[in-house]
Design a protein around this ligand. Structure first.
Ligand SMILES: Nc1ncnc2c1ncn2[C@@H]1O[C@H](COP(=O)(O)OP(=O)(O)OP(=O)(O)O)[C@@H](O)[C@H]1O
Length: 358
């Protein structure tokens, strides 16, 4: 698929902090702050596929929600086609794209589609609601026509039979198709798919990912997918020339074309993920040893992350300098497509003179 260079969503130095504190804790001054996302920048272009991968709690969902305007960042900016999303929401400055239009263009599908469909409404009713809200000018007949057409697009034929059912009369895979259809009804520029296939059986998972690819061509949509599974990420991104981004404790530590991330991972953490993943096509990866390339299995507490490079406590390559300095994500290829946040990528970095951690 030919991808345009036009940026749909641009996230710049985005940070998201959560404060989990009762009034009592706040008064005592022991407010607990989690930096779910810490200084992450990313451009998502038209027709692009990006999959974010990382262990539970590393900030994937928070970052994804920030990208589609569902989570306000505590620092940095998020722009949709050049318009700051939160300025549009707050009415700050010259708003060139109104917030409702931005929300319509940035859609989300969740891991559990059942919970996002009203159990008391038929599929037709459920899909009519957002269409009525976004396109109040269209009549009932046209609305139903659009819904039926979309149900057919997502493989639910005959559409009229599915349209009259309630969510409990559909399988998990069918519910997920409906969720995808509902997102596409808005004709979005970007769909955030948060673990959208992880609850499905393997064969259904592949079917769903293939369907998403087909519909991407049809609707010119970009996808930001979230997955804890590098094998799924590889399947989804590689087929359409997409990128994989690796997150660790709120940081984007590596990003690049799917093939490159699997064949030539540069960040020590990416190597750990690859080691831990039975990749779908075992021939496509090089031999790895049985020993995990890691010093410590436990993930540090996100409320109290390690200093310097956050991965240093587990990194087999860590040196003293990694304890104090924060590596920035820097370009690795000829374009801004790929980057890695590790001192080892620069042969002149003081890392090479630094002592190994005992
Ligand atoms: N609304 C919230 N309030 C407080 N803390 C939150 C909130 N949402 C997320 N967090 C915290 O932020 C961190 C990142 O969470 P997030 O859900 O973004 O991670 P994740 O990588 O998507 O994890 P998972 O794969 O388990 O969903 C976690 O430490 C989490 O506890």
């Amino acid at each position: 698929m030919t991808r345009s260079e036009e940026t749909v969503v641009s996230l710049e130095n985005v940070g998201v902090e959560f404060s989990n504190a009762s009034l009592f804790q706040t008064l005592r001054g022991d407010r607990e702050v989690v930096k779910a996302v810490d200084d992450v920048s990313l451009d998502i272009r038209e027709n692009e596929v990006i999959v974010l991968v990382g262990e539970s709690g590393c900030g994937k969902t928070t970052f994804g929600k920030t990208a589609v305007g569902l989570q306000r960042p505590t620092s940095g900016s998020v722009k949709y086609r050049g318009q700051d999303i939160w300025d549009a929401k707050d009415g700050n400055g010259d708003v060139t794209i109104p917030f409702p239009e931005i929300r319509k263009s940035l859609q989300i599908i969740h891991q559990d589609p059942g919970s996002s469909l009203n159990p008391n409404r038929t599929i037709l009713n459920s899909l009519s609601v957002p269409l009525k809200e976004q396109y109040p000018q269209i009549g009932t007949e046209e609305r139903e026509e659009r819904i039926y057409k979309l149900l057919e697009y997502v493989g639910m034929k005959p559409a009229s039979s599915y349209a009259s059912r309630y969510p409990h009369q559909l399988s998990g895979g069918e519910q997920q198709r409906i969720a995808l259809g509902r997102a596409l009804l808005m004709n979005p520029d970007l769909i955030l798919a948060d673990e959208a296939v992880s609850a499905l059986d393997v064969s259904l998972r592949i079917e769903m990912m293939d369907l998403m690819h087909d519909l991407q061509r049809e609707f010119n949509t970009s996808y930001l997918n979230i997955s804890h599974d590098l094998a799924n990420a590889y399947y989804f991104a590689e087929k359409v020339g997409g990128r994989i981004g690796i997150m660790y404790l709120g940081k984007l530590v590596e990003i690049g074309p799917a093939e490159e991330i699997i064949r030539n991972p540069r960040h020590p953490y990416t190597r750990v993920l690859r080691w831990a993943t039975p990749v779908m096509d075992p021939d496509s990866i090089t031999e790895e040893s049985d020993e995990p390339p890691i010093r410590q299995i436990d993930i540090p507490d996100p409320k109290n992350p390690p200093s310097g490079c956050r991965f240093h406590t587990r990194c087999p390559e860590a040196r003293e300098t990694c304890v104090n300095r924060v590596p920035q994500l820097t370009q690795t290829g000829e374009t801004i497509e790929s980057g890695v946040a590790c001192f080892r990528r620069d042969e002149r970095d003081e890392y090479w003179q630094s002592d190994e951690i005992a």
